[in-house]
Design a protein around this ligand. Structure first.
Ligand code: SF4
Length: 436
């Protein structure tokens, strides 16, 4: 077959056909085109400012490896003035994440960037292996995705960076547009093509690879001989996204520009005024951004810790109902213990005073006729160890504990929360009271 000259006219022979444009290019011109397009994406989208510190969300996979490599190249070539570092999350998936983290460590050495690794075990008290053992292979990615999102926010806050750069590529975004159309999720459809996300008070996330085709990322990594990890997660499900991906790949074969066209469609969609958009606020427990009073990570963790793993799956009204039932059950159990305890310790011996000690009567008298009844000294009753054990077990505080906790919080302000972090997603205090 006769050699095809590189389309740029550089004089070299073409080595490849660009999946995005169909151009026949030599390796060097492909590298230049690939990197320059990302540079345009960064400058046009004003993703960074000189002097910014940027955490590259690094999984060891092709996207984040290429992202770290290209950002380092462009930072040097165009003097962005960025302080780049790597941020990795260890979900605790044996046979997958433990190996891919070794690749991230190699990236750290190759690109001379600092690396911070945060684990689910340290943040939430659970590894994904343990979560899957508890919940099975369905919905595992819901837990993983929600926890990872928050873990990245936490890591970025610890590193004190200006933004997080993620490796989402054009295929990922086009898939998400398709998925949101197929699900009729208009609120997400509106947001999913944004190149920068994050509300006021949160660390923004930017997507420098937003217009970069997955196939070109693989080509770039291959020809540059970059070290990356390509094994699929052992818990990867046959999720809905997989169908959207397959559809997109089929469409790409017929018309490669469809990826850009779908992103463009998503960007230019205008959503009716009456479509309600989530209002972002701060989670009342962990203080990270949430669209609900209690964020999804805290709800999921609560479910895991209480043996109700389905708590955060599905609608929040369902979770609320489950938790109310659970709390009512626990309260009844504690009330029963209280009753038994008071009855056995009542000095009036059987003449239990309803009006004073708020205990139930013996069925004959609503009130104790004993003028010297000491049942009313409820607060002075000796501490019932069984009740305290239950309170501790269910994470319920009694009034006195809650009062002193509130005093602590008022004294320390929000900054005190991090110092007293519990092992869970709440990031706040051990043993919060349950209320949604
Ligand atoms: Fe987590 Fe699911 Fe991705 Fe595996 S496939 S890393 S479980 S989100």
């Amino acid at each position: 077959m006769p050699a095809v000259p590189c389309k740029t006219g550089c004089g070299k022979n073409a080595m490849l056909k660009r999946p995005k444009t169909g151009d026949a290019l030599c390796k060097e011109c492909f590298f230049w085109a690939f990197e320059t397009e990302i540079h345009f994406t960064i400058t046009k989208g004003e993703l960074f400012k000189p002097g910014d510190s940027v955490a590259v969300a690094a999984s060891g996979g092709k996207d984040s490896t290429v992202l770290a490599h290209v950002l380092k190249t462009l930072n040097n070539r165009y003097n962005y003035g960025l302080d780049l570092m790597l941020l990795s999350i260890d979900e605790g998936i044996t046979g997958y994440r433990d190996d891919s983290l070794e690749t991230v460590k190699r990236n750290r050495d190759d690109y001379e960037m600092n690396l911070k690794i945060l684990s689910y075990k340290d943040l939430y008290g659970w590894t994904m292996d343990e979560i899957v053992a508890q919940i099975g292979r369905k919905n595992n990615c819901t837990f993983c995705g929600v926890f990872r999102r928050q873990a990245l926010d936490r890591g970025a806050a610890m590193l004190n960076v200006k933004c997080i750069a993620t490796g989402h590529n054009a295929d990922d975004i086009a898939e998400t547009v398709l998925m949101n159309v197929l699900r009729g999720d208009i609120a997400r459809l509106k947001r999913c093509t944004a190149i920068t996300t994050g509300s006021e008070g949160t660390i923004p996330r930017v997507k420098p690879l937003k217009y970069t085709y997955e196939k070109e990322i693989v080509m770039y990594a291959h020809y540059k001989k970059l070290v990356y990890f390509s094994t699929e997660c052992v818990f990867a499900p046959n999720a809905y996204r997989g169908h959207a991906r397959a559809l997109l790949k089929d469409l790409e074969k017929i018309r490669p520009s469809c990826i850009m066209d779908i992103i463009y469609s998503g960007e230019t969609l205008s959503v009716k005024e009456e479509v309600s958009m989530p209002t972002l606020r701060v989670c009342s427990r962990c203080k990270f951004v949430s669209s609900q009073e209690v964020c999804k990570a805290c709800v999921l963790l609560e479910g895991l810790n209480k043996g109700l793993p389905k708590l955060g799956i599905g609608k929040s009204s369902k979770a609320k109902k489950m938790l109310e039932e659970y709390n009512a059950k626990q309260k009844a159990e504690i009330d029963k213990l209280n009753y038994e305890f008071k009855k056995n310790n009542c000095v009036s011996k059987g003449k239990i005073c309803k009006s004073k000690c708020n205990n139930v009567s013996n069925g004959k008298n609503d009130e104790c006729n004993d003028n010297n009844c000491k049942c009313s000294t409820e607060l002075n009753l000796p501490v019932n160890p069984k009740i305290n054990k239950l309170l501790e077990e269910y994470g319920l505080l009694d009034d006195n504990q809650e009062q002193s906790l509130n005093q602590d919080l008022t004294k320390n302000g929000n900054s005190g929360l991090e110092e007293n972090t519990c092992a869970g997603a709440c990031g706040g205090i051990d043993g919060f009271s349950i209320a949604f």
